[in-house]
Design a binder for this molecule. Sequence first.
Ligand SMILES: NC(=O)C1=CN([C@@H]2O[C@H](COP(=O)(O)OP(=O)(O)OC[C@H]3O[C@@H](n4cnc5c(N)ncnc54)[C@H](O)[C@@H]3O)[C@@H](O)[C@H]2O)C=CC1
Length: 403
Amino acid sequence: MLASNIEIIKQTVPVIQERGEEITQHFYHLLFEENPELKDVFNMASQSNGRQPASLANAILGYAANIDRLAALGDAVNNIATKHFSLDIQPEQYPIVGRNLLKAIREVLGAEVASDDVINAWAEAYGQLANILIGAEKALYENMKNTAGGWSGFKPFRVVNKVQQSSEITSFYLKPVDGQPLPSYKPGQYLSLKINDASLANTELRQYSLSDSHNSDSYRISVKREPAPQHDIPAGVASNFLHDNVKVDDTILVHAPAGNFYLDDSDKPVVLISGGVGVTPMLSMLNDLVRQHSPRKITWFHGTRNRQTHAFREHINALDNDLANLTKVVFYDDVAGATQDTDYNHEGYMTAQLIKENCPLDAEFYFCGPLPFMQAIHTLLRQLGVADEQLHYEIFGPSEALN
Ligand SMILES: NC(=O)C1=CN([C@@H]2O[C@H](COP(=O)(O)OP(=O)(O)OC[C@H]3O[C@@H](n4cnc5c(N)ncnc54)[C@H](O)[C@@H]3O)[C@@H](O)[C@H]2O)C=CC1
């Protein structure tokens, strides 16, 4: 990039900090007005509840702030490219986004702040970022093409089994219709599903964590039914469609596994902490450790509302009985009708004290759950002195940072 443009981008950091979300909200409005078909690529619930514009504003701010030291963006670029790979984003979509982003910057900030020089600097910066992402995505597409059984885009899978795991979580077992082998994946990774039906306003693309370790027979995802939407913000459109409409023998379009949240292969102790449906990637990790006969010390922390919502209880109890290196600690918000030890161990939320008592603090910690849960666990682990490098987590939906 031109040195003068880099300088201009750095000067725009404060205004992006202040008005970034206004710009990205307007950007999505322009984008969908010009290209309504792109509503099929984005989760429209994340548009309505503001998470997607907030996430994009944050990403743009991170880019602008680091424009003169791009190496600092490594993880962010990798995460965006991986998400794009799972959505099958193609190079020709970048100019459409770029054009509308520049237009949004100009229209929100006005020609006085967003002068021609500023717009030109952002055009160059956007072009640079697009090239970095397109390159990273190309590597992911090629890698999948060279994997046994790998495929590009979305291909049909048959639902070969549907199993209820709790009052609200149901597993779907999926096999490729073309009978090709299943590419292996890392425990913690997810699939993207494309859900297309006349009853839905848009085609829905959603990511679901694979909930078992890799096996050559089928992929398994486990999906939570979401409560009815509030304040007209759609919620659970795809998940509830899967629960209500997708039956054994139906076919569904699936993108190959992806994701940067997965189990390390060290021999350090490992602590898996989940809240609610955040159990799914944790279970994939646990089952993978079990299948490999890993000697690692494993601690399983799981919090759920009550006995009815407690998914995979029998599976985890059986592993707990069999494995000397596994410690299970389960928390219920409400223990009515439940039996201590077989169902749950503690009533209420996880505490720093109970984490300290049950987990080696030199472990690798993986956690996943609803956002307030993630924030609470992140804070507790930091209070216990666990280093950032030992913390691994995934937030479902548009990326957000935990502080
Ligand atoms: N990684 C992510 O971003 C995840 C997001 N979600 C989303 O969150 C929503 C709720 O998920 P559910 O499975 O219904 O979870 P939930 O609301 O049933 O909560 C599960 C458990 O998390 C714990 N928890 C909840 N709030 C907490 C807090 N403030 N502090 C400490 N612990 C807390 C409790 O033990 C609770 O039983 C869903 O819409 C789901 O899509 C769920 C799992 C993962």
